[in-house]
Structures are given as C-alpha cells and as structure tokens.
Write a protein that binds this ligand. Structure first.
Ligand code: IMP
Ligand code: MG
Length: 184
C-alpha cells in the first residue's frame, strides 16, 4: 500500500523557512570571507544537493560547482566506520580554494577522508560548510568552518538526508520514527 512519508517523522527539527534563513546567513558570510573569484564548491553526493543549491543561490561571488560521492552508511542507520570515495572530482584543483558542502557532519570520518584527499590533490585551502552537526560532536578531530544548526543526537531525514535512499525529498529536516528501522 502507498504510504505518506510525512507519517514517519516524529518531530520537525529544522523547518524550510529556517533552512532559507541559514542559507542566507551562511551565503553572506562565505561571500565576504573569500577574497577570490576562483572558489570551487564541492558538494558531497547525494545528500548535499538541496542545501548546496539553496546555499549557492545566496553566494554572490563566482564559484565553480563540483561534486564528489562518498559512502559510509550502506543503508543502515548507523555509520559503519569505513568510508570510501565512490566518485572523484574531474577537475584540476591544484592551488585552488575549496569549500566542501555537506548535509551533515556526524562522526566526521567522511569529512576527514575528503579533506585529506583534496589536500593530496594540491588544494590551496579546504574549508567546510555543513547544514547540520549533532550535539555530541565529531569523533574525528575536524574543523567545520560554517555550521547551519546544531541538532540533538537523533537519526534525521529530509532536505537531502536519507534512510535507505528515501525521504531526501522532504522539504524540512525531521527525526525518523525509530519504528521504521526497528528501534524503540
Ligand atoms: P560521518 O559519520 O560524519 O562520516 O557521516 C557520514 C554520512 O552519514 C553523512 O554525510 C550522511 O550522509 C550520513 N549521516 C550521518 N548522520 C545521519 C543522520 O542522522 N541521518 C541521515 N544520514 C546521516
Ligand atoms: Mg552525506
């Protein structure tokens, strides 16, 4: 039977209006922080797409938009502890400024891997912008330069974030009902 996806959300943590405000604020900040017009914005697929789109609409300096893909969850609701790069950049980033855009930084493992990877490819600087981080903080020692909102330590979905490839099209960020993944 067809099911309404909104029913699987127990609580809304970030509304669409709030996401719009976050993107305006961060976009302004990024536009004024960078003194270059050769910024490469690297979105991490697939979750970063809606955030990257709204964020870059609020950046008024020239940027080049590129994507990379990493995998770490493999369909569960907890990180497996190993992250791999499944799609690499196809442009030369030697000597260039990079801004990584992430939907969420949780343990920080994928971010650490991507950051090291980009420096190994010769990036001049690598900064990070995440829509949300969790209250517990990261396990890895990584700096997140721009954060939209710090949220409770719950498994969330929406605005790009998925559970088993579903819910990315929710227009807000919410808590997934644990019943969906067999929790309490
Ligand atoms: P990491 O633990 O920081 O390496 O996060 C890896 C990836 O796991 C993130 O980029 C997200 O795609 C995903 N992830 C982490 N926490 C959540 C969550 O609460 N809901 C959905 N996806 C998540
Ligand atoms: Mg992600």
């Amino acid at each position: 039977m067809k099911k309404n996806m909104h029913k699987d959300v127990t609580e809304i943590l970030v509304t669409y209006e709030e996401i719009e405000e976050i993107c305006e604020k961060l976009g302004k900040q990024i536009s004024s922080d960078y003194k270059t017009d050769d910024l490469v914005v690297v979105g991490i697929l697939k979750g970063a797409i809606p955030f990257l789109t709204l964020l870059t609409f609020n950046i008024d300096i020239n940027v080049q938009i590129e994507y990379m893909q990493t995998k770490s969850y493999y369909g569960g609701h907890e990180s497996t502890g190993t992250t791999t790069i499944t799609h690499d950049l196809e442009v030369d980033i030697k000597g260039r400024d990079i801004l990584i855009v992430e939907d969420i930084v949780d343990s920080g493992r994928s971010l650490k891997l991507v950051k090291e990877h980009l420096y190994n490819k010769g990036a001049k600087s690598v900064k990070v912008c995440a829509l949300v981080t969790k209250e517990k903080g990261t396990e890895e020692d990584v700096v997140i330069d721009y954060v939209g909102k710090v949220i409770p330590n719950k498994f969330i979905i929406g605005f790009g974030l998925d559970y088993q490839e579903k819910y990315r099209n929710l227009k807000y960020i919410g808590v997934l009902d644990p019943k969906v993944y067999g929790g309490k």
